[in-house]
Design a protein around this ligand. Structure first.
Ligand code: ADQ
Length: 461
């Protein structure tokens, strides 16, 4: 069995122990690494005044992590620049927020070269190399230039934009061509793969073959859909743990007899938080009889705070929650509890289980794992209702959720009423269909599916 080399912007540290707070992705990748042996390589999160390429490694059995420090300029141009001011907004269809700076593109190329230079000596002849996400699209090509002939795959965790949007990126052609250095390129849903295929065929003159094969000039890739899942068994267990029960009781005691609506998202404009607050406000204004009987708990830990648009969305949400609470709160009831911090996974699972409604309404999302976590945490005999945006990759799998257009305050308001009044039998029926998918297509299934596709590739040259 070939070893695995995982490369991503950030690396999950080993040795987290049982009290650790690993997400499902880290759990699955570490499980695959332990099964095969291998290395996980990426940026340490630290800066250094002068890039040296020095690798810090840590190992545990047959698995190691290897990290490098980057210069402040790298972080400005590559991470806060091209990755999060250019690609992230553009790939989430927010051309209005996309910044096009040559310095960003230059820094992005430089950091990808730095990654390639430093990781290359860690790759053995027969290793499978699996690169993750938009930070590292050109890495495969940089590795090929350095003579790496291994089987290589790339997985995009975020959406792939329609060609009309992508072509607004000055370097769009080079970026897409560089993906042809990989052997396998994976997307979260059919929608994103369709957009990618459209670009390749209509703009690059690529040719479609069987089983996802796409050919441009001399190079062929296998382009596939591999929807990511969660570690469902782990999350289901977390939802009935002592920590979860404690969190659930805290929620119940603080709001006896009121229905909890929960939202948990990184504070990011792609998550549709502003529209969610406005939809909830519409619900409060249209249904005076229901005021006081429900409340929203919105948990939104800040992210990417160096990027201006993230400071702006934070200020906007502060303003909306303050205004809505000011307008509707009473001496014994607050309609929105808005919390800007992270919680341990078991507590989160308990909060999900206490919630009558899970509100997952991104404007655009590659997949969205919170939707799946909400489903996994429910009580099978009295499950809550998932309200899910049709623009999340997860909506392709979770068809039995109450699907909404998150831009429409009226639809959101109606969906809340539908969920609050849904009979128990219907809740159970929908939940059973949802959990069936969340269990079957979990994160281990996803990982195995992608690795199997890489294994099917004949060794390059
Ligand atoms: P994200 O945009 O980060 O991921 P998501 O899929 O929802 O979005 O994952 C977020 C994770 O962080 C979830 O596991 C959630 O429980 C956790 N989390 C969020 N807020 C938290 C809090 N306050 N406390 C503790 N944990 C919290 C990107 C893409 C997604 C894609 C994933 C995986 O944008 O579309 O689903 O990668 O591929």
């Amino acid at each position: 069995m070939s070893r695995l080399v995982v490369i991503s912007n950030r690396v999950q540290q080993l040795n987290q122990g049982p009290g650790g707070n690993q997400g499902g992705l880290a759990v699955a990748l570490l499980a695959a690494l332990r099964e095969r042996g291998g290395v996980w390589f990426g940026w340490s999160g630290n800066t250094t005044p002068q890039f040296t390429g020095e690798i810090r490694d840590e190992s545990e059995g047959n698995v190691s992590t290897a990290t490098i420090d980057l210069e402040p300029q790298d972080i400005d141009e590559y991470y806060n620049g091209f990755a999060n001011r250019t690609l992230w907004p553009l790939f989430h269809f927010r051309i209005d927020l996309t910044e096009f700076e040559r310095d960003f593109a230059g820094g992005y190329a430089r950091v990808n070269r730095r990654f390639a230079d430093t990781v290359k000596p860690l790759i053995d002849h027969d290793d499978l190399v699996w690169v993750h996400d938009y930070h590292l699209i050109p890495l495969g090509e940089e590795l090929r230039h350095r003579g790496v002939a291994n089987r290589m795959g790339f997985f995009l965790h975020i959406p792939w934009p329609p060609s009309e949007l992508l072509t607004s990126l000055p370097s769009h052609r080079r970026l897409v061509e560089s993906l042809f250095a990989y052997d396998v390129v994976g997307f979260q849903s059919d929608d994103w793969l369709d957009s990618f295929r459209d670009y390749v065929v209509t703009r690059l003159g690529g040719i479609e073959g069987e089983n996802g094969k796409l050919t441009v000039g001399e190079r062929s890739i296998c382009a596939m859909v591999a929807p990511i899942g969660i570690d469902t068994a782990e999350f289901e267990a977390a939802a009935v743990s002592r920590e979860a029960a404690f969190a659930r009781d805290r929620m119940y005691m603080s709001a006896t007899g009121r229905s909890l609506i929960v939202g948990v998202d990184r504070l990011d404009y792609s998550k549709g938080l502003e529209e969610r607050f406005l939809g909830y406000e519409r619900f409060l204004s249209q249904h005076p009889d229901r005021r006081g009987l429900v409340y929203i708990l919105q948990i939104a830990p800040p992210s990417r705070e160096k990027v201006d648009t993230y400071q702006e969305i934070r200020a906007t949400l502060d303003a909306h929650s303050g205004r809505i609470n000011g307008e509707y709160a009473d001496i014994d009831w607050v309609p929105i509890r808005y919390v800007n911090k992270g919680y341990p996974r078991a507590e989160l699972a308990g909060i999900f289980r206490a919630a009558r409604i899970g509100l997952v309404t991104p404007l655009r999302d590659g997949m969205n794992l919170v939707a799946k976590e909400y489903v996994a945490a429910q009580n099978p005999t009295d499950p809550g209702v998932l309200i899910l945006s049709t623009f999340a990759g997860a909506a392709r799998q979770l068809k039995d959720a109450v699907l909404v257009n998150p831009y429409s305050a009226e639809e959101l308001s109606d969906a809340i009423v539908t969920a609050l009044t849904m009979p128990r039998e219907e809740r159970i029926r929908r939940w059973e269909a949802l959990i069936d998918n969340v269990r079957r297509e979990d994160v281990h299934w996803w990982c195995d599916r992608f690795i199997a596709a890489m294994e099917r590739v004949e060794e390059a040259a």
